[in-house]
Write a new protein. Structure first.
Length: 137
């Protein structure tokens, strides 16, 4: 695998993939998932992201997005919501990451119970390398 892509996964702190069958699959150590929550919170603090449809792409492949929207949603593009919704999303991820042990997983149904897609997050052990799953593909 390209060393730059490996470095981008490691900098992101978690790995993700999307298929129409599984929805979003997110894997990361507790620290990596907390960084995911931090990225979402940082997005909500950016004044330039307030207008509908503003967005930010995450990761080396850039297909997971955080998007400003009028209501919470998870779809094939990523996580959508108002700034308050997105702060709630970050809080949910952080609480699960801090309160879980490696091997546990949770879905984001408490963020958006009914939506076109789902997001499942798996807590990996502290030695998890987010570049590894991409290398296996």
């Amino acid at each position: 695998m390209d060393p730059d892509i490996q470095a981008e996964w490691r900098d992101l702190g978690f790995w993700y993939d999307y298929t129409s069958q599984t929805g979003w699959i997110i894997r990361g150590s507790r620290a990596g998932l907390i960084r995911f929550a931090d990225r979402i919170e940082q997005y909500t603090q950016d004044e330039s992201k307030r207008a509908l449809s503003e967005h930010e792409h995450l990761g080396p492949h850039m297909y997971l997005e955080i998007v400003t929207w009028s209501s919470p949603e998870i779809n094939s593009e990523g996580i959508f919501g108002t700034m308050d919704n997105l702060r709630d999303c970050a809080r949910i991820i952080r609480q699960h990451a801090q309160g879980s042990v490696p091997g546990q997983h949770f879905d984001m149904s408490s963020y958006v119970p009914l939506g076109p897609d789902r997001m499942t997050i798996t807590i990996e052990d502290d030695s998890f390398d987010p570049a590894q799953p991409d290398e296996e593909r």
